[in-house]
Design a protein around this ligand. Structure first.
Ligand code: PLP
Length: 393
């Protein structure tokens, strides 16, 4: 009875785990949730104030589809000054979160059966989003020795005449890897040579610790022409529930996205847009404080993980996750199903700690641990992981 579109779609693992955890918490269990990719900070006060004022001024009517002019100007200003990306306000469309900006882009760029390249490990929703728009995800293997960053070598055997788009996630969820300028140059060269668009998901751009963050669209005029830059406020300004993100692209792609959004959504809530405007304009200091805290937590969690036996991990230079290699523990599991799911289920039921199985990101020998929560939670979670591993071996 339902659309065939849904036949191959897997529900989101991370949302699934969250509802399992909520049920356990509601039944009175003391669960440590290290599965969630959500800042534990509140939206900065000055940002909220812009939203409150907008409501008091009755800014509650329909407005421009692409988003408030003042917000798009502020985003354009940010992209120019902070990212060296020369996007004008009419090349920006504000949407209901980065997720929605990505879906808009896929609708605007792909035809049925077009292939979309997705490097592994990938963020959980990319493949399913591509399938939902009737395009075809093509997953590309990358190498652990490169911190799972995509190289030209990985790309070489992946393209066909139907390849239309590459999805790049920088900094990466789940690895926290950040691309250098040289690495981006190589990917750009390949895409320009082969006529492939780039969707650059930069939602964790502000949460960058060591490496200087570089937007691929900033590399040249040609780079900007083939790139759709995706960003948003969920992670940087702790605005997950306010659902605000955006795409920046050349004018003709922006116009196509605008047309799609006009029919499917109109525009995101004005209140959220005013809060995002406030976050950009008045909250740089608060955002910097949050990023410094994530960096402190990154240092803490990695030094703790260094003491655990049988595992290793990708050292994160950005975002707020650690991608942990558990392959040496696979011998302790006698399963025909996914090893990482079994691992996480057992860890959750026996030690009451929720982490995400690597299979959600296309890699079954890994798990993802989030440090977007307070340090006493993740430190206790890692203590319990240590006990779990010792019991297994
Ligand atoms: N892209 C990546 C890589 C993410 O990790 C997430 C959220 O976890 C999103 C996009 C979605 O962000 P938003 O809340 O803005 O829709």
């Amino acid at each position: 009875m339902l659309s065939n579109r849904l036949l191959n779609i897997t529900p989101s693992y991370t949302i699934d785990i969250s509802s399992k955890v909520n049920k356990m918490i509601n039944s009175g269990l003391d669960v440590i949730n290290l599965s969630i990719g959500e800042p534990d900070f509140n939206v900065p006060y000055m940002a909220k104030l812009h939203g409150i004022n907008s409501l008091n001024n009755n800014c509650t009517k329909y407005d421009i589809v692409a988003g408030l002019e003042i917000l798009r100007s502020e985003i354009s200003n940010k992209l120019n000054t902070e990212n060296n990306c020369n996007y004008s306000p009419d090349e920006i469309v504000v949407s209901n979160g980065a997720k929605h900006a990505i879906t808009n882009t896929l609708l605007a760029i792909t035809n049925p059966n077009d292939e979309v390249l997705i490097p592994k490990p990938y963020w959980v929703s990319y493949g399913e989003m591509v399938k939902l728009v009737n395009a075809v995800p093509k997953f590309i293997d990358t190498k652990k020795q490169n911190k799972f960053k995509l190289t030209q070598y990985d790309l070489n055997n992946s393209i066909t005449n139907n390849t239309k788009l590459l999805i790049l996630n920088n900094p990466s969820n789940p690895t926290g890897s950040v691309y250098t300028k040289k690495e981006l140059m190589n990917i750009l060269d390949f895409c320009l040579k082969n006529n492939i668009y780039i969707l650059s998901d930069e939602i964790y751009e502000q949460i960058c610790f060591n490496e200087e963050f570089i937007s691929i669209a900033s590399l040249s005029k040609q780079a900007k022409d083939i790139t759709i830059t995706i960003n948003g406020f969920s992670k940087s300004a702790a605005m997950t529930g306010l659902r605000l993100g955006y795409s920046a692209s050349n004018k003709s792609i922006a116009k196509a996205i605008n047309t799609i959004q006009g029919h499917l959504l109109s525009h995101p809530s004005q209140t959220s847009q005013y809060i995002a405007y406030g976050a950009l304009k008045d909250c740089k200091k608060e955002i910097k404080t949050m990023v410094n805290e994530y960096k402190r937590r990154r240092d803490l969690i990695t030094s703790k993980l260094n003491c655990l036996p049988y595992i290793d991990y990708i050292y994160p230079d950005g975002a707020f996750y650690v991608f942990v290699d558990i392959s040496k523990l696979s011998g302790s599991f006698n399963t025909t199903n996914s090893f990482s799911i079994e691992f996480c289920n057992k860890f959750l039921s026996k030690y009451q700690v929720a982490i995400v199985p690597g299979i959600a990101f296309g890699m079954d020998n890994y798990v993802r641990i989030s440090f977007s929560c307070s340090e006493n939670l993740f430190l206790e979670g890692i203590n319990r992981l240590n006990d779990f591993i010792l019991k297994l071996m």
